[in-house]
Each structure stands twice: as C-alpha cells, then as structure tokens.
Write a protein that binds this ligand. Structure first.
Ligand code: HEM
Ligand SMILES: Nc1nc2c(c(=O)[nH]1)N[C@H]1C(S)=C(S)[C@@H](COP(=O)(O)O)O[C@H]1N2
Ligand SMILES: [Mo]
Length: 571
C-alpha cells in the first residue's frame, strides 16, 4: 500500500501527523472532529414500557417480544435473532436487560413480514416454541402502547421527558437531544410534536445515514392519530439542475463531491463540478431586491445593495480552496463508523473568486476601525445567511490585511451562481468550509461567536477519537474549528486498484489551511519504512496572479515510482 506524507510551511503537528497523531492545538486536526462516533445509550434497555395491551385487540405496526431467560449466555441474543429471522419477522430493535444473577430479559421489536404488522396469537405461539428451544424461560409479545398526539405534546421538557412522533411511532428522545449532530436548539423545536415536517426540510435524516435507525432505538409506542400524508410543495423544487459527474451523497439538501477522476484536471475546479454542501434548500433571491446589512458593536449600521458592493469598493480576486470539515470522513468510517456524510476526498474545490475585501467594507464603510475593535471588545464577525444558517470568524482574520476574506460575487470569472451562494457569499481562505457562508444577508461585529450548530455544535469542533458520546463533556468550552490543517491524498492509482509491477506514476494533491504553504510531499510504497520525495506541480502558479496573501497554498504532485527498484533496495 502506498502512503504519502506532506509537510507544510509551519509545522504544527510535527511529522507523521497524517496518520496517528492526535495532537490538538488551536488549529484543529480535522479528522478527529469527524471521529465522534455513533451515539449509543446502554441504559436504554431498562426504560419502562407503559400500558401494554394484548396484541389481539389493536393492530399495531410492530410487537415487542419479551423473552425472560433463566440462564443468559453470551451469543444468545444473536442466536435468538437468527431464529426470529427464520420465523419471517423483521427485527427493528434488540436489547437485553440483565439482572444481578444469571437471569435476563431480551426485548425484540418485531414486525411480521407476512402481515406487515405486529404478532397475532398464533404467530406468537410459533415464535415462543422456537425460542424456548434455545433457553428456558418465558416468552410473551405485546403491541406497542398507543399514545395520541395530545399525550405526546405533554412531553416537551427535560422534567417530563421529551417525546416526538414520526409517522406512526412515538419516541422518547430525552437523552438524545444533547447529542444531536444538528444541535440541541434545532431538535427542541420539535419537542412534543411530529418531526415529519422538520425532516421534510432536513431530508439528510431520511436520505442516508443512521438517523432513522437511531430514532427507532428510542421508540416507546405507536401514535394513535398519525399525520396524513405529505402535503404542500417540496421546498427543493426550485433547486438548480446539477451536473451528473458529481458524486451525490444527498439531494435534499444537496451534498455532492468532485469525483477523483476530475480532480487533477485543473487546479481551478470548473463551476459545474464544484463540490456542493448545503444544509437547506437553495434560496431564490432576486439580485435587484438583494440587501446586505452590516451592523454590530463598534460599527455604524449600513445597508448595501448589490450595485453598492460592486461600485463602491475595488474589485479583488482571490484564488482559494474551500474544503468541508467532513472531507474524507469515509476513510475514518473504515476504522470506526462516525456520524455525518461519508465524503471521499472530493469535498474540496478551488476557484478564482472575484469580489470585495470584507475588511474594506467593515473599515471604510461600517467604521469598524482597529480602535473600535479594542474599545468595544469586538471578538467575532458573524455572517448570517438567507437560508437560515449562520457562522462566524475571529475579528483578527476578518480585518487582517493578509486574511483576504472576500465578499464574492464572481466565481471563475462568471457571476456567482445560486448553487454557490449568489448574489454574495463569504470566502474565508484557509478556514473550514462552513465559515464560507453563502447567500449572505447580514454581517455583524460581535463580542460572541455565532449561535447555532454550525458554529457551536459538535460537528465543527474537534474531539479525541476516544470520545464516543458527550457525557461529561462541556461542548461550549471546546473552541470551534477555524483554520484547517494540512491535507494530502493519493488520487491515482486509486485505492485498492491492481497495477502492473513496473514504473507507476503516483499522483495526488496537497493543500494546507491557515496560510501554510506545502514544503514537501513524500511517498512510501512499503508501509512507511522508506520515503521518496514527489515533484510539486501547478497550484503554486495559481497563487501568483493574485495578491500577496499566503492563504491559498496547494499543489498537485506527481512521482514516478519504480517498484522493482524500491523493492530490491530493501532486500
Ligand atoms: C428526533 C429525532 C432526530 C434524530 C434521531 C436526528 C438525528 C440526526 C443525525 C444522525 C444527524 C446527522 C446527519 C448526517 O449524517 O449528516 C442529524 C443532523 C441534523 N439534524 Fe437531526 N435528528 C432528529 C431531529 C431533528 C429535528 C427535529 C431537526 C430540525 C428541527 C433536526 C435538524 C438537524 C440538522 C439541522 C442537522 C445538521 C445537518 C447538517 O449539518 O447538514 N433534527 N440529525
Ligand atoms: N448559507 C449557507 N452557507 C454555507 C452552507 C450552507 O448550507 N448554507 N454550507 C457550508 C459548508 S458546510 C460548506 S463545506 C461550504 C460549501 O460551499 P459550496 O457548496 O460552495 O461548495 O459552504 C458553507 N456555507
Ligand atoms: Mo462543510
């Protein structure tokens, strides 16, 4: 297997950071942010189930089989699951609650594949006979308890428990809210309510990933009055058409990456295949009616229309790479499943952006001088978007003459398109993708950073790979990601491909955030025992035709490896 290692201008992690290093400083090792693993709560099995009614009275979409065993043993759960599958049952959930002695109670939430509902008495008798072959004990089945939406509504606080419904199910999400990848505030909007309309907007829950499974593990009952089928028009109907070469992880909202096959074609990524990372439907904004409001502490409030932005400030051009904080998460998933979109390495792209410097708008137009920053203790600049998203960057980056933060209205010499944030988006060179706010509506100077999951949530903070849930962790104390660390990948040959034993050209890209340039790329074909230095190709040239800022550093690289030569040297 071939590895590459890459060295950036400043050495924040020392060598070897690409594999294994867990050092975290104020610039994050972005991989660990994504390593926050799937949420699991081992206490769930002891949750009381209320008001059980006999299965024959009401049709329920599933039943709970309770199998009390006198002598539990390792492996019994999987043996029992196999038996249930042979009995033509869909298993939605399986748990064990163990007593101090060897007795245990197994819970299996099942659906009869034949009838599509819970278990009839006859079917239960068959299942009971089969299970009792496995271990002595007692086996019964009950339908889920039924709750009305009124009863669900009574549970909307931590004290009373937080319940929600989804389709015909009722769920107790009390312990989950603090761990929600989309943030506590968002999920609390649905406390005591049906989440169906929320998930129609945030379709990443149902598109792929594990949200449905997670939810099912929190089921406590059936909803007696489920909502009628989807009504109203789909908010994604107005999303733009997309290039078929993109690799789609999701469509509503759209999350799509640049395929490896196109990655090395040109340093500037063509607009149609630029990676797309949305959290919402694409907002439709009439450029004539567009207004950008600049306000906050230490400023005098101004409102600018698109023409103001274009005519009152010098047009600047900045070539920069934007990378999503979740880029390459699929590679982490191979070690242990994490939550979030399983990106390959294509959640990054490069463009020449045209627009105006944020610092010039803040200083020359809104009056945010360095004196005001000091006097009013301004610490952050918040960007609020017209799609409801917000994020912030430190004021130092916003005002730095070398920061090159741009309010962009052009991308690769074309007017910025609606997909990537038209009429105006923020471009923050060297900083994690999520701070590059699209469809910008408001810029606010502030003492506090932005609110919400995109700034303060767990998806944009770094944790040790050992962290599996958030018990005992005060998320507020962990700083939000800003500068991205070094990044390097082998693009060809593709991982896992079989190549002829001969001269092989290994090619890839390397890039670093925070203004650090790439010093060297080394490649190893012997699991890291020996390394050969690759040639740095274009990318560096792209930086030449823009201003003096050092915030867009990247290269393609290539190396001809002779496998015979390398192997014989080792013998
Ligand atoms: C009630 C049960 C819920 C569960 C089990 C759940 C689970 C999840 C999971 C697993 C993710 C990560 C998705 C991914 O893989 O990208 C996620 C993200 C998210 N969720 Fe939920 N969620 C729930 C309710 C809600 C509600 C009611 C809302 C909105 C009001 C919401 C809004 C979001 C948002 C905004 C994200 C972030 C998406 C992003 O970063 O693109 N969730 N949720
Ligand atoms: N308003 C808004 N801005 C946003 C987002 C968004 O969903 N809404 N996504 C962010 C994230 S997470 C990333 S990685 C980049 C992606 O930009 P792109 O879609 O132009 O590639 O935009 C950021 N800005
Ligand atoms: Mo992102």
């Amino acid at each position: 297997m071939a590895f590459c290692r890459t060295v950036a201008g400043h050495f924040p992690w020392g060598l070897g950071h690409l594999r294994g290093s867990r050092t975290v400083d104020s610039t994050f090792f972005y991989l660990s942010a994504a390593a926050l693993a799937v949420w699991l709560d081992s206490n769930e099995s002891s949750r009381p189930r209320r008001h059980f009614r006999p299965s024959c009275c009401e049709a329920s979409s599933s039943s709970i089989i309770k199998f009390r065993v006198d002598n539990d043993r390792p492996g019994l759960l999987s043996e029992a699951t196999e038996i249930l599958k042979k009995q033509q049952l869909n298993i939605r959930d399986a748990r064990i609650s163990t007593n101090e002695d060897s007795r245990a109670c197994h819970f299996y939430v099942v659906q009869d594949k034949i009838s599509g509902s819970g278990l009839s008495e006859d079917r239960l008798a068959q299942v009971r006979a089969a299970l009792q072959e496995l271990a002595s004990g007692d086996c019964q089945a009950e339908p889920w308890p039924r709750y009305s939406s009124k009863e669900v509504a009574e549970h909307s606080s931590i004290e009373k428990g937080i319940w929600v419904s989804y389709k015909d199910g009722v769920y107790d999400i009390t312990k989950f809210v603090a761990n929600h990848p989309g943030g506590k505030d968002k999920i609390m909007l649905a406390a005591g309510k049906a989440i169906d309309p929320f998930w129609r907007i945030y379709q990443q829950h149902t598109g792929r990933g594990n949200a449905v499974e997670l939810l099912e593990s929190m089921r406590i009952g059936d909803l007696s009055d489920p909502p009628t089928a989807d009504c109203g028009s789909c908010p994604y109907n107005t999303d733009p058409e997309r290039h078929p070469a993109l690799i789609f992880h999701n469509n509503k909202p759209c999350n799509a990456e640049l395929p490896a096959e196109l990655m090395l074609d040109s340093w500037l990524t063509p607009n149609p295949v630029w990676f797309i990372r949305h959290h919402h439907p694409v907002p439709c904004i009439n450029p004539k009616q567009y207004r950008l409001c600049v306000d906050g502490v230490g400023t005098k409030k101004v409102t600018l229309c698109l023409e103001d932005i274009k005519s009152r400030f010098l047009k600047r051009e900045v070539v920069t790479t934007i990378q999503c904080g979740g880029n390459r998460r699929s590679e982490l998933d191979q070690i242990e499943k994490t939550s979030g979109i399983p990106w390959g390495f294509g959640a990054m792209s490069t463009a020449k952006f045209g627009g105006v410097y944020l610092r010039e708008v803040l200083q020359h137009c809104a009056g945010l001088s360095h004196e005001n920053v000091e006097a009013f203790e301004v610490k952050h600049v918040i960007f609020k978007s017209l799609d409801g998203m917000e994020a912030s960057i430190p004021v130092e980056k916003a005002l730095s003459p070398y920061g090159d933060v741009l309010l962009a209205y052009e991308m690769n010499d074309e007017p910025l398109n609606m997909e990537h944030g038209a009429p105006v988006r923020v471009v923050v060179p060297g900083v994690v993708g999520v701070r590059n706010v699209k469809w910008l509506g408001q810029i606010t100077a502030s003492r506090d950073e932005a609110e919400g999951p995109w700034q303060r949530g767990i998806a944009y903070k770094g944790f040790s790979p050992m962290v599996k849930d958030l018990k005992g962790i005060d998320i507020e104390k962990i700083p939000s990601m800003q500068d991205l660390p070094i990044q390097s990948a082998i693009v060809t040959p593709k991982a896992g491909s079989i190549v002829e034993l001969d001269d092989i050209e290994v090619r890839g890209f390397a890039w670093s955030g925070g203004g650090r340039g790439i010093v060297r790329v080394d490649v190893s074909i012997d699991e890291g025992n020996t390394w050969v230095t690759a040639d740095l190709l274009d990318g560096k040239d792209a930086a030449r035709f823009v201003s003096e800022c050092s915030c867009r550093r990247g290269h393609f690289w290539s190396l001809l490896v002779n496998i015979y030569h390398c192997l014989s040297e080792q013998m």
